[in-house]
Design a protein around this ligand. Sequence first.
Ligand code: SF4
Length: 483
Amino acid sequence: MTMHTAKKVLLVFLPSESGVDGARSLYSNEESNPLSAWFNHSLRSVIKRSQFAIPPLSLMILSSIEVAGVEQSICDMRFEEFPFNERWDLVGISVQTGMAKKAFLLADQLRAQGIPVVLGGAHVTLFRDSSAPHADTLVVGEADDLWKELLTDLKHATLKPLYQSATYPDLGESRPVYKESLIKSRYFTTNLIQTGRGCQHSCDFCNVHLLNGHALRRRRVSDVVREVERFQEDDQRIFFFVDDSINADPAYALELFRRLIPLKIRWFGQATTTLGQQHELLETFARSGCRALLVGIESIEPQSRRAHKKNQNRTTELVRAITTIRNAGISLYGSFIYGLDGDTLQTPAAILEFIRETRLDVPGINILRPIPGTRVFDRLREEGRLLFDPRDITAFRYTFGQEMLYRPKNIELDAFIESYSALTRQVFTVKNAIKRGMGAPDAKTAVLLFNLFYTHLYRLSRHDLQCQREKEFTEKTILPSAE
Ligand code: SF4
């Protein structure tokens, strides 16, 4: 009698090139002071266990798709080694640019052992040609509709080299997400909820609209509410609504969060500052347990907002909007980018004044990171302003260490590094951390810890920038012809 054993599929998530994340100095072994070395080691563990330790949602979604005769599990390589000692009929790797090199190395190794590999994710969707040599099968675009077909083909030994659909998946179809493939204790929370995808805006440094389209696609409110109820049963920790902008469709959000009020959850998410003008929705967010929101301020310079197509808020409205949201009892993480094309050496003073005036609870001050595939990346390459070879997928990392990857338009590189370092030195001090923690409308301890943590990380990132300046800036700007 022939035994039909289930096909075994392993879905793999890799850490980014910089380890987990954090300033590059955190990951070097050069620290000679034993106390600093011990502190960095401890901080690495904290980073690993807290800030970034949320499960990979895309793999949660895929592992929830059921096909009889196929068993799926998740390997999160931020926490575990690849299980080479087990039999795998297919390994699926989710590839982001910040980890593409590692992903391709692993794929090559597996294929050399005869294990078929499927690659998907943002990097594969944007760079299918350079990804193809590392895979038996590519999934291009959002995989929700394709994965069932792929697993069925695997079962029948008819796997195709490419799975790509002509349209974006209709999220109105019921697709419940399950967490059975996760080891819950590893993560800060496993309560990740996505209500929809797509973004109407076209900020040129962002790839969300390129990957998920401009039309907002929403899940049914009843599906989301059921998922929150089900998730709450086995994990009472805070919920994270991962949508890029949870208030993008205010009527939808109003209906959803009204229905969540009786569940008494605590949640955080990402929103635009337009929320400050959406009074009914803001009140509903507060009543439904919203503790903190991340808002992308990016730039307060009107000319920079225009240059990068960040058009959704006028600078004059930002201060009032932020004040209104904080007055509703919600703490705010505000993220800035310094070094955009309209910025000058006067910009840091304006950012400092903005932070003081709005009393932002956690400011994040980033340097522009030109993500391959975005319009800003192409433009900087054409203008010869990239400081790395555009073909080198290892040069770009999603790293907290705020390294220089390009030449700012209006500011000399040296002067920029000096002014950026001076800005972060002023924003992130122990005194400011305590002040922000005590003044936060909610989640005071988290705000305090975040600020203290940033005080240390930005100090390391200043050190990184100085090292980069000394070691790397020897006029090796890549020319536009380096295609
Ligand atoms: S930065 Fe935010 S608003 Fe702009 S395109 Fe990306 S997701 Fe949309």
